[in-house]
Design a binder for this molecule. Structure first.
Ligand SMILES: Nc1ncnc2c1ncn2[C@@H]1O[C@H](COP(=O)(O)OP(=O)(O)O)[C@@H](O)[C@H]1O
Ligand SMILES: [Mg+2]
Length: 394
């Protein structure tokens, strides 16, 4: 038996759904959509395997409902009854609709759709039942954050991701979680077809395979979830959606690198819950360093500092009045990396060629390589020609 709920579906088709569901059918009129408590509350409490929205529900409304059902009841498939049309089909898929069925569908068509929904619901229930803590994959989720903007988060996140991507094909994804002013795509000279909102809404949000088609590929092999096209589109992405995206990506990629907006936004806090590593950055000035200390204190109180903690000071020049000791005293912890100010960085930002890709010898590139090593597994002592040669050279 498959639990099917139809809304605004004609009597003849309801009969076919009833037969196909094996007696698991509940059929409601469109007025159920305006009822109180809302339909979504009911669905969340006791989700059917399938919700069928009939011609009685206007299509734009059906798409909105589908998006909500995805969030409230992720194991439920939504099917819309509408005449077949490729444009409509695409719009439906992007809204999270699982299938579009013709109003003249035969019993065989209906049975096939109901069967698929039942299978999918079972598969998703099993996936949801896996406790993320016990399903630990050993994959790393690296969050790059800072209390203030303009301190080098995007520079570090893009370079780190690029360096990690070289560890294996399909190993690394970079997520631009600076919702309003994300500039990862520009720092990598990418022209993305899709961006963050596309990956958290619609079909990509509950199917890792579909999700992968929404990622942008850098020539290095790095996958990228580009930032939203506009601040308004970025605002439509909730912290919970960002959290779910990172959870899915962390099952698919060895390394998930996340660039963030300045400060402790809800989104940053949410993804930190899953982080294995935090790269916390500051510039070398009094407000910046104090901000870093505060952010570290707050995160410690919230138990959100992951096991891998990397404190990075960036844009350091000798003209500054602060000494390294002053900085470490204020932060109350040793710095893991200090990157100097260097012209190679703005040049790289402006041309979209990351420093690790350009492979220069400047001190910032060397510093980034040092940081990268902290995330790569230690090289085996003897492995192939290069391993032996290196061992022999020592
Ligand atoms: N070490 C550095 N030396 C010189 N310029 C830097 C350095 N680090 C970053 N910048 C420049 O500062 C600007 C802000 O860097 P970015 O990485 O975008 O910071 P954030 O993401 O924290 O806002 C960019 O134009 C970048 O080229
Ligand atoms: Mg940035």
């Amino acid at each position: 038996m498959t639990q099917v709920l139809t809304i605004g579906v004609g009597a003849e088709l309801v009969q076919r759904f009833s037969a196909a569901s094996g007696g698991g059918l509940v059929s409601l009129g469109v007025e159920a959509l305006g009822a109180d408590p809302g339909l979504l509350d009911h669905l969340a409490a006791s989700p059917p395997e399938m919700v069928v929205l009939g011609p009685g529900v206007p299509l734009d409304h059906a798409f909105v409902i589908s998006g909500h059902v995805e969030v409230a009841a992720p194991t439920t498939s939504v099917v819309v009854i509408a005449p077949s049309d490729p444009d409509l089909w695409m719009a439906a898929m992007r809204a999270g609709v699982r299938d579009v069925l013709s109003p003249n569908a035969t019993l065989a068509d209906v049975t096939a759709v109901v069967f698929r929904a039942g299978e999918l619901a079972r598969a998703r229930r099993e996936a949801v039942a896996v406790d993320p803590a016990t399903a630990a994959t050993g994959n790393r989720v690296i969050v790059v954050a800072s209390p203030k903007g303009g301190v080098g988060k995007t520079t570090v996140a893009t370079n780190l991701a690029l360096g990690l991507a070289a560890s294996g094909p399909g190993s690394t994804v970079l997520v631009d979680l600076d919702l309003q002013f994300g500039d990862v795509a520009s720092a990598l000279a990418l022209t993305p077809q899709y961006s963050l909102p596309d990956t958290v809404h619609g079909a990509a949000s509950n199917d890792p395979l579909v999700l992968k088609t929404f990622l942008t590929r850098h020539p290095s092999g790095l996958s990228v979830v580009a930032g939203s096209d506009s601040p308004a589109a970025g605002d439509a992405v909730t912290a919970a959606e960002a959290g779910r995206l990172v959870e899915t990506l962390s099952r698919e990629f060895c390394y998930v690198v996340i660039d963030t907006a300045p400060g402790l936004t809800d989104h940053t806090l949410t993804v930190l819950e899953q982080a294995t590593d935090l790269v916390l950055m500051s510039s070398m000035d009094v407000p910046g360093v104090r901000g870093l200390r505060k952010e570290l204190d707050v995160l410690t109180e919230l138990h959100l500092v992951p096991a891998g903690r990397h404190l990075v000071l960036n844009g350091v020049d000798s003209a500054g009045a602060l000494s390294m000791e002053d900085v470490e005293d204020t932060i109350g912890a040793p710095l893991d990396l200090v990157l100097p100010r260097h012209n190679a960085v703005p040049l790289s930002t402006n041309t979209g060629v990351p420093l690790l890709q350009a492979g220069g010898k400047d001190p910032v590139t060397r510093g980034l390589q040092t940081l990268l090593q902290q995330f790569l597994p230690p090289a085996p002592a003897r492995r192939g020609v290069f391993g032996r040669r290196r061992a022999g050279a020592r």
